[in-house]
Design a protein around this ligand. Structure first.
Ligand SMILES: NC(=O)c1ccc[n+]([C@@H]2O[C@H](COP(=O)([O-])OP(=O)(O)OC[C@H]3O[C@@H](n4cnc5c(N)ncnc54)[C@H](O)[C@@H]3O)[C@@H](O)[C@H]2O)c1
Length: 269
């Protein structure tokens, strides 16, 4: 086996789909794949952001196929994945990444009780919307991808979860915490079932990254509390994304990779 980095991390010619690929973390995954020669479909509900993402990739000399779709619209999601697979004749890598925030936690960033985040006041509609977007859509993305990957006996599914799914937090809305925790377990269960078919399923659990879901209040808390005292930029996720999409991770499945500047370790000062 060729152990040079170029071969180990080779994603050239692979067909990849990134949900929520127009901005933030999903765009960073897409950029890493496209810069290294993969054919990327960006699926996102935000048409304007998709246009900007495709233009940004074009400016780097890479191309991507945009699809405007809502991951909670299961027929539209299934159609987009099936069309990508049909056009390329294969489906190699799927990033189930689209996600939304979930309102306040039970404490404000100043440490006061926030009635809006209190468990008894969380609107049922908010719970449903967050679970639908951050959990059910991950299941739907995996469900739509698996037939193609099983048929070719090869595939990579990479789910963006969160450190919020690994331990409770006072400042993050409860529907988000629970949806991400369940998505982490979905990764392990799907990995167990699909291992025999050459399909690897793994999770990236980011800590604080600067995207449009990072509020100034949360940023300030994180900068103070994090062992590294800084919030990361999304390009710091690209190495891990490439690893999980490439031959370098062929024996890795059912794993969850925390990338959080030491946040899970606790306070260092
Ligand atoms: N930013 C962080 O610090 C952080 C930390 C942990 C986990 N995450 C997770 O990373 C993922 C990406 O978040 P981000 O921080 O890049 O946020 P973001 O808002 O910058 O990007 C999310 C993208 O998903 C798209 N999207 C949202 N709902 C959608 C839907 N129903 N259908 C299709 N597309 C949809 C948005 O239009 C956007 O382009 C999410 O799952 C989020 O929970 C983020």
């Amino acid at each position: 086996m060729d152990m040079r980095a170029k071969a180990l991390f080779n994603v050239e010619g692979l067909t990849a789909v990134v949900t929520g690929g127009a901005t933030g973390i999903g765009y960073a995954y897409a950029e890493a794949m496209a810069d290294n020669g993969a054919h990327v479909t960006l699926l996102d509900v935000d048409a304007g952001a998709l246009d900007r993402a495709v233009a940004a990739l074009a400016a780097r000399g890479a191309t991507a196929r945009p699809v405007v779709a809502d991951v909670t619209d299961r027929p539209a999601l299934g159609k987009a994945i099936a069309e990508t697979a049909a056009e390329s004749g294969r489906l190699d890598v799927v990033f189930a990444n689209a996600g939304i925030t979930a309102g306040p936690g039970f404490l404000t960033v100043e440490g006061e009780r926030d009635p809006d985040g209190a468990i008894e006041n969380v609107p049922a509609e908010l719970w449903d919307r967050v679970v639908e977007t951050n959990l059910t859509s991950v299941f739907a993305t995996i469900r739509s991808s698996v037939p193609h990957m099983k048929a070719q006996r090869n595939g990579r599914i990479i789910v963006t979860t969160s450190i919020a799914g690994l331990r409770p937090s006072a400042v993050v809305g409860i529907p988000y915490m629970i949806a991400k925790a369940a998505a982490s377990h979905l990764v392990r269960q799907a990995a167990l079932e699909l291992a025999a078919f050459g399909v690897c399923v793994n999770a990236i659990a980011p800590g604080p990254f600067l995207t449009r879901i990072t509020t100034p209040g949360l940023r300030a808390i994180w900068e103070k509390a994090l062992p590294v005292h800084r919030v990361a930029s999304t390009d710091e996720l690209q190495g891990l994304a490439l690893f999980l999409a490439s031959p370098a991770s062929a024996y890795v499945t059912g794993a969850l990779f925390v990338i959080d500047g030491g946040s899970m370790l606790g306070r260092a000062d």
